[in-house]
Write a protein that binds this ligand. Structure first.
Ligand code: AMP
Length: 429
């Protein structure tokens, strides 16, 4: 028989992995709600133009990595490779600017698709958590958005995270800078990859973002955007840094940071991990400000800012740093019945406890203590309730606390209250 396999670069999430994914989603979304954000869910696929126009034709994402196909009506459709362009499309299409001025604050969590070479931390289907804010341009807002990301990382218990930040200026600064880069790279371009050779004419700033040439010294010595910033962009960036300095976020100004997507202006940032192993420098995510994106999609001039994080990367870092303190893996209760009639009593008790929000399991088939304890070994319940002939007669059931290994008899009518109290003391309910 043919064995089916998942598509290269995709993953099945089950067992601990799905618990971890949901844990990250829960912490991220509950934290971001305190910053005034509301959830948005856009379709998994969009018209291809949405991404070409906003992410940029020259970006790696659009030029090489999109899952694009024709549907049965010959329309060009793309599985979303990122969230920003789709959220901006939805913001405009649903006229969200009309009733949520001055700011619209949105967050999303979901799968993204990129045809990249799968390797550690890089998949073809991966998840992103991201936020978008539209409506205002303000250094304090930039700082607040960065703080929201940092707060999520702190709540997740991730350590040694560092912010890298830079300004890439406005369109005018970028035009001057692009020309300077063109002049600089002209003499060295034959030493660089074929993509960079093409980018020299189409979009020289992309060369700085090249994955193939990232350690090439020619790149490191290239002119820096800061020397081309307008006074306005410079003082905007100074203000962002001024606000950041009031909080204890470890950060570094990285003059080579430009970010891979076309829509950024002024503030750009990335969060990386600092460690003494292969994870050192791994990007968890990043974002920036986009002053012109909404203008390029509509006749409205509305600034935006946002970021996106790779959930698989967060998960890998949390594994490495052993940060899963509150991952609730076990069930609350396993019920053991030592004969058919006791199993039926247990079955009733199970339904009662479940309607009162406890997670309860039982072995439906076996009646021997030994085989039913096998289920306990697998499910790691906080409590085990044991019912046999004696317990049925006295209406006093045996309740075992698996953490202290102590067992006491509790009256049938009081079991629910007892378990609720004990589990809430332990923080499980
Ligand atoms: P980007 O949208 O390219 O700025 O990516 C933001 C974050 O998403 C990155 O820093 C990664 O954490 C994550 N990411 C991007 N591409 C992938 C991928 N192919 N597999 C896993 N995570 C990814």
């Amino acid at each position: 028989m043919k064995e089916y396999q998942k598509i290269k670069g995709t993953q099945d999430f089950f067992g601990d992995a799905i618990l971890k994914l949901r844990y990250i989603e829960n912490i991220a979304s509950s934290t971001i709600k305190h910053f005034g954000f509301q959830e948005i869910q856009t379709p998994i696929f969009e018209n291809t133009d949405v991404f070409i126009k906003n992410v940029g034709e020259e970006s790696d994402v659009v030029s090489k990595e999109m899952y694009t196909f024709k549907d049965k009506s010959d329309r060009s459709i793309t599985l979303r490779p990122e969230g920003t362009a789709a959220v901006a499309r939805s913001y405009l299409e649903n006229k969200m600017y009309a009733n949520s001025l001055p700011l619209t604050k949105l967050f999303y969590f979901g799968p993204m698709f990129r045809y990249e070479r799968p390797q550690t931390g890089r998949y073809r289907e991966f998840h992103q958590f991201g936020v978008e804010v539209y409506g205002e341009s303000s250094p304090m807002l930039d700082c607040d958005v960065i703080l929201s990301a940092y707060t999520i990382f702190s709540k997740l218990g991730i350590q040694n995270i560092k912010l890298k930040i830079n300004s890439i200026g406005n369109q005018m600064s970028r035009n001057h800078y692009s020309q300077a880069l063109k002049d600089y790279f002209q003499d060295h371009i034959h030493e660089m990859c074929t993509d960079c050779q093409r980018r020299l004419n189409t979009n020289p700033m992309r060369i700085l973002d090249c994955k193939a040439d990232k350690d090439n010294p020619i790149l490191k010595n290239a002119p820096k955007i800061h020397d081309y910033l307008t006074d306005e962009s410079k003082s905007y960036f100074d203000e962002v840094i001024h606000y950041l300095n009031q909080f204890s976020i470890p950060y570094e100004i990285d003059l080579n940071l430009v970010r891979g997507l076309d829509y950024y202006t002024d503030t750009v940032f990335e969060f990386i991990i600092e460690s003494d192993d292969e994870l050192n420098g791994l990007a968890m995510g990043g974002g920036g400000k986009y002053s012109d994106m909404i203008k390029s999609m509509s006749d409205r001039d509305i600034p935006g800012i946002g970021y996106a994080f790779g959930v698989e990367r967060i998960l890998a870092i949390m594994d490495k740093q052993n940060a899963w303190k509150e991952l609730n893996k076990g069930v609350d209760v396993v019920i053991i019945g030592l004969d058919e009639e006791s199993k039926l009593c247990g079955f009733h008790l199970m339904q009662e406890l479940r309607t009162e929000n406890l997670t309860v399991e039982m072995d439906y088939k076996n009646t021997s203590m030994k085989s039913q304890f096998k289920l306990c070994d697998k499910l790691h319940p906080s409590y085990i309730v044991i019912i046999g002939e004696e317990e049925r007669k006295t209406n006093i059931y045996q309740v075992k606390d698996t953490s202290t290994k102590t067992q006491i008899g509790i009256s049938r009518n009081e079991i629910l209250t007892y378990l609720h109290t004990q589990l809430s003391i332990k923080g499980g309910n």
